[in-house]
Design a protein around this ligand. Structure first.
Ligand code: HEM
Ligand SMILES: *[C@@H]1O[C@H](CO)[C@@H](O)[C@H](O)[C@H]1NC(C)=O
Ligand SMILES: *[C@@H]1O[C@H](CO)[C@@H](O)[C@H](O)[C@H]1NC(C)=O
Ligand SMILES: *[C@@H]1O[C@H](CO)[C@@H](O)[C@H](O)[C@H]1NC(C)=O
Length: 330
């Protein structure tokens, strides 16, 4: 009897503790704003499409911004806090070297401004970023997918949180799988997400070590296609004086969201060492091959993993706030 009672108490106790935890991530839903802001998706879509028409580099930058937001402390818009408005160094201060593009912050700010007119103080910046990234993938020809909503915005953003939470181009593929596993992603999901490099560009400084003074007769990384390597050597020749020189991540179809990124890798046409590494490492190579052979498989998986990315470390209820301005902490 005593044992049964203890057992029941234990179940009750576990129940009380476990339920709110389970709900923390489970409260996102696609119709979260049905009462507070029923037109949220259309308003974001309109702003995003207009911005992308004016500046076509918005899409890739915003997709990357979403990834960085979610991987450092969860999808909570902490990456959006401007160093100019914060009294401490926010995440973005540590990301200067990662050169997050201004247009991706601007598109979120514009959507936020439109939403504050239509439904004041209702929609979080974290949700806007998730919707914008989804919409822009679609505009570039990628898969469309539903976005669950209800994320709350962070109350803090600290540059010191960035280190160790984002992949670097000098990481081995194995090290990348370890980092992604820590965030809850399998090697296959890592490869699917890395397919985002089918769009956008990288600054020469991110891959120059593959081009100059490499320890081979030709001076460049032998895993690069020779013609590609020589073209990069010449395009980036002046990068130290002009650090803004950039090269498309997918040289075949740079502005199109497709599977060409994966087709490039076995041919030595991957731009970053981290891209090439996904082909060299057997664990990830199988998925590179699968996506190179089958765009449908890539799109299906990318759509699914983007939805999963959007749930990483989300704050709901009183864990966060709806910020009034996306670049300022309330
Ligand atoms: C797997 C490890 C990854 C590494 C090492 C990596 C690293 C980088 C680097 C160094 C750049 C160039 C930045 C610049 O020079 O401006 C870049 C660009 C980009 N990354 Fe990644 N990344 C990774 C994964 C991802 C993921 C998972 C996504 C999104 C789901 C993503 C989306 C992008 C996009 C869209 C760009 C182009 C940005 C633009 O054109 O403004 N990356 N990445
Ligand atoms: C950027 O990189 C340079 C050298 O690579 C380093 O000295 C500097 O501290 C970095 N800046 C930030 C804000 O991390
Ligand atoms: C990669 O580069 C960073 C600096 O940019 C350095 O701190 C880190 O140790 C390097 N990692 C590896 C695996 O070489
Ligand atoms: C491509 O992938 C899709 C989705 O996984 C699958 O249904 C289809 O059979 C694959 N096609 C080929 C030719 O393997």
């Amino acid at each position: 009897m005593g044992a049964l009672l203890r057992c029941l108490l234990l179940i009750l106790f576990v129940g009380v503790v476990a339920v709110p935890r389970a709900m923390a991530g489970g409260r996102l839903s696609t119709n979260y704003y049905r009462h507070s802001c029923p037109r949220v998706e259309q308003i974001v879509a309109d702003v995003v499409a207009a911005k992308q028409r004016v500046n076509p580099s918005t899409a890739a930058g915003t997709l990357r911004l979403f990834f960085h937001d979610c991987f450092v402390g969860g999808c909570d818009a902490s990456v959006l806090v401007s160093p100019l408005t914060a009294d401490r160094f926010p995440e973005r201060a540590a990301e200067i070297n990662l050169s997050l593009p201004g247009d991706s912050f601007d598109v979120v700010a514009r959507a936020k401004a439109a939403l504050e007119v239509a439904c004041p103080s209702a929609v979080s910046c974290a949700d806007i970023l998730a919707l914008a990234a989804r919409d822009l993938v679609g505009i570039l020809g990628g898969p469309r997918f539903p976005v669950s909503l209800g994320r709350r915005d962070a109350r803090r953003s600290d540059a010191r949180d960035v280190e160790g939470n984002l992949p670097l181009t000098n990481m081995s593929a194995r090290a990348m799988t370890v980092l992604f596993a820590r965030k809850g992603f399998t090697p296959q999901e890592l490869v699917a997400l890395a397919g985002a490099h089918t769009v956008g560009f990288s600054h020469c400084g991110e891959f120059a070590h593959r081009l100059y003074n490499f320890k081979t007769a030709d001076g460049y990384d032998p895993s690069l296609d020779p013609t590609f390597a020589r073209a990069l050597q010449s395009s980036c020749a002046n990068y130290k004086n002009d650090p803004t020189i950039s090269i498309f991540n997918d040289i075949m179809t740079p502005g199109k969201f497709d599977e060409l990124y994966f087709k490039n890798l076995p041919r030595g046409l991957g731009l970053l060492a981290s891209d090439a590494a996904l082909w060299e490492y057997p664990v990830t190579r199988v998925f590179v091959q699968r996506y190179a052979d089958n765009q449908t498989a890539f799109f299906d998986d990318f759509a699914r993993v983007m939805q999963k990315l959007g749930t990483v470390g989300v704050k709901t209820g009183r864990q966060g706030v709806v910020r009034r301005h996306c670049d300022v902490l309330n």
